[in-house]
Design a protein. Structure first.
Length: 316
C-alpha cells in the first residue's frame, strides 16, 4: 500500500465552489478507482468551523489556521473579493507553514494572496483571467501567464474553475501514472483535460469562428499596446496590410471598426482596474492609454453610464 498523500485546503471566505469541487473530486475518484487510499484531505478556515463560498453554500472544516495538520501539500483556495479576506492570521499561517517546509500552492484567486506576501516574486504563476489586469499592476515582479495552471514552480498555481481539475489530474499522473489520471478524467466525464500551457480563455478564433491571421494579429497588437495605443494605420502597417483592408476585416468578422474595438478593449481593461484595484482614476486612465482623466471620464461614462469614480470598488 502506498502511503496516502495528505492535501490541506485552506478555504478563504467567498471561495469558488467550482474550484473546490474540481480540487477534491479527482482525489476521491483516484482512491476509488485504484482501490487504495492514495490521497486524503483536510479543510481549514480562519474560524476553524466553516467557510462560506461565493454561492452561499457553507462547508464545515476540520481545522483552524493555528491547528493545521502536517501535510504533503497545502492549497489556498479563494474566489471573489479575496483582498477583503486577506487577514493577518492568514498571512501568518502561510509564513509559518513556509518556515516548516510545507509545499504551498494556490487555486483560483489564491495566487493573489501568495503574491501579497511575496511568495511568488520572480516566479511564474497563474490566476483566474478576470484578475489579470489588476494582478499585473499590483505585482509586476511576478511573471503572470494566461496558462490554466503552473506546476513547475515551487508554488503551484491554478487559475480556478475546471483548471483546478487539470492541475489535480496532472498531479495524479505525476504521482501514479497516466492510466490512472485518464481513468479519473473518464469517470468525471471530462474529455478535455488540458496541459499546463493551455490558454484560459476561449481563443478569438474559436469564439467567433475567425480564421483570418491578419485580424488575430491586429487584435493581439491592440492588447499589447493598451497603455500606448497604436492607430489603425500603424497596426495595419505592422501586420503588412492596408488600413482599408484592416477596416474591412473588422467590419466583416466583428461588425465594428478597428478604432471602436480598440476603445472597447481599453475601457474593459479600465473597468477591471477600477473594480479590482485601489489605483487612482488618473493612474488607471494613463494605464489604459488616455492622456487625461477628464477625457477618460467622459468616454467611460458614455460607455457604462457611470463615472469612473463611482465605479471604483463596485462589482457591477
Amino acid at each position: 500500500m502506498t502511503k496516502p498523500q495528505h492535501f490541506t485546503f485552506v478555504l478563504v471566505e467567498e471561495f469558488s465552489h467550482l474550484a473546490f469541487s474540481c480540487a477534491v473530486e479527482p482525489l476521491r475518484i483516484a482512491n476509488l478507482l485504484s482501490g487504495e487510499a492514495l490521497y486524503r484531505w483536510s479543510f481549514a478556515s480562519e474560524d476553524g468551523q466553516s467557510a462560506t463560498c461565493s454561492n452561499g453554500s457553507v462547508t464545515l472544516v476540520h481545522h483552524g489556521l493555528d491547528t493545521l495538520p502536517k501535510c504533503d501539500r497545502l492549497f489556498i483556495l479563494s474566489g471573489i473579493n479575496m483582498r477583503t479576506h486577506l487577514t493577518t492570521p492568514l498571512l501568518a499561517m502561510l509564513r509559518r507553514e513556509a518556515r516548516h517546509g510545507t509545499p504551498i500552492g494556490a487555486l483560483c484567486s489564491g495566487a493573489w494572496i501568495l503574491a501579497e506576501d511575496g511568495f511568488l516574486n520572480g516566479m511564474t504563476a497563474a490566476i483566474h483571467w478576470e484578475f489579470h489586469d489588476s494582478f499585473m499592476e499590483r505585482f509586476p515582479e511576478v511573471n503572470l501567464v494566461r496558462n490554466v495552471f503552473v506546476a513547475d514552480e515551487r508554488h503551484l498555481t491554478a487559475s480556478g474553475g475546471t483548471a483546478t481539475a487539470d492541475l489535480m489530474l496532472h498531479l495524479i499522473e505525476r504521482d501514479h501514472g497516466a492510466d490512472l489520471s485518464m481513468a479519473v478524467a473518464d469517470q468525471m466525464v471530462y474529455s478535455a483535460a488540458r496541459e499546463a500551457t493551455a490558454a484560459q480563455r476561449v481563443s478569438l478564433q474559436s469564439r467567433n469562428g475567425i480564421r483570418n491571421i491578419h485580424l488575430t494579429r491586429a487584435i493581439q497588437r491592440m492588447r499589447e499596446t493598451i497603455e500606448e495605443p497604436l492607430s489603425p494605420a500603424q497596426i495595419a502597417a505592422e501586420i503588412g496590410i492596408s488600413t482599408r483592408q484592416l477596416e474591412r476585416l473588422f467590419g466583416k468578422f466583428l461588425n465594428t471598426s478597428p478604432k471602436k474595438y480598440f476603445m472597447e478593449l481599453r475601457l474593459d481593461r479600465a473597468r477591471h482596474l477600477l473594480i479590482q484595484t485601489e489605483a487612482s482614476v488618473i493612474e488607471i486612465a494613463l494605464a489604459c492609454g488616455f492622456e487625461s482623466s477628464g477625457h477618460f471620464s467622459r468616454v467611460y461614462r458614455a460607455a457604462y453610464g457611470i463615472a469612473p469614480m463611482q465605479q471604483h470598488g463596485r462589482l457591477s
